[in-house]
Design a protein around this ligand. Structure first.
Ligand SMILES: [Zn+2]
Length: 288
């Protein structure tokens, strides 16, 4: 058997096993430098972790090969642009290469829920993909260059209709809609296929006030006709994401620490934390 084929089969088996790495980082950007990948795998091994890796189309083939040779640590998401006329074809290409979803989707020319993007979501839903959307405020890396970007088109609430229209997608909103936390949590409360990560500046901004998040994820254990049946902790609408980008792997350590401090400050149980740090996304991947 060819080594690459063997590695692919081992990789497939790795997801089917009961014992996954403890952590699944759902938000890691590949910076396009081939030297980044072995460093990332080393970091993941040190944390007993795996990652959803966000990959540009130009890096698809090299990352596919690397993943085949290093099974069990990396799961690919394809970084497409929603406004790219080739977007639907790219969804198929990433799927054929074994990628499990798309992201980070960002910078749309219209609101995320605009019907012009539905063919992309429909195609992704065929494959039960995971879609990671940027939500909320977004950086402005080149202020001197005019750019058609608006955080208003990426409000957390624009994911509500997508989650309802495409129930077989699993959607992660990055950054908990910063600063629209309440909207993010409320739409996640009613959409079982919608989660958020709280990467970015939020856990720095709120570091003196982590119990604030108890007012955002307020419905733990609440029984009422106005609240869907859920897990014991409302915080389980969060998943772990570090938003490592530009090759800055230290951010993974820092973000793990911040998540841990915030969840401990809010009294989130160890069982719920295990789901937030990995369990929830592993189950999604097993269902795919
Ligand atoms: Zn983002």
């Amino acid at each position: 058997m060819k080594p690459i084929l063997l590695a692919l089969i081992c990789g497939a088996l790795a997801w089917g096993q009961a014992s996954h790495p403890r952590i699944l980082d759902a938000h890691v950007h590949h910076n396009g430098d081939p030297a980044f990948l072995p460093k990332l795998v080393e970091k993941l091994e040190a944390h007993d972790a795996a990652a959803l890796l966000l990959v540009q189309p130009k890096d698809l083939e090299s990352v596919r090969q690397f993943m085949a040779q290093h099974p069990g640590r990396l799961i690919g998401l394809g970084q497409i642009k929603l406004d790219d006329p080739q977007a639907v074809a790219l969804v198929d290409r990433f799927h054929a290469a074994g990628f499990k979803g798309l992201g980070e989707l960002t910078g749309p020319k219209a609101d995320y829920h605009d019907k012009r993007y539905w063919p992309v979501y429909r195609e992704a839903e065929k494959y039960h993909m995971i879609l990671l959307f940027h939500t909320g405020i977004v950086n402005r890396q080149h202020p001197e260059i005019p750019s058609d970007v608006s955080s208003d088109r990426m409000r957390a609430s624009t994911l509500d209709n997508i989650a309802r229209q495409f129930p077989k997608l699993t959607i992660i909103g990055a950054h908990l809609g910063n600063p629209d936390y309440a909207w993010a949590a409320e739409i996640a409360r009613w959409n079982p296929n919608l989660y958020f990560d709280v990467s970015g500046s939020t856990l720095i901004k709120k570091q003196e006030d982590y119990t604030f998040f108890k007012s955002i994820f307020w419905w733990s254990g609440v029984v009422s006709p106005h609240t869907p049946k859920g897990g014991p902790s409302a915080f389980e609408k969060l998943v772990f994401g570090s938003d490592v980008f530009g090759g800055d792997l230290e951010e993974m350590d820092l973000e793990l620490e911040r998540y841990q401090k915030m969840l401990d400050a809010c009294g989130v149980s160890k069982e719920a934390q295990a789901n937030i740090f990995g369990g929830t996304m592993w189950r999604v991947l097993e269902r795919q």
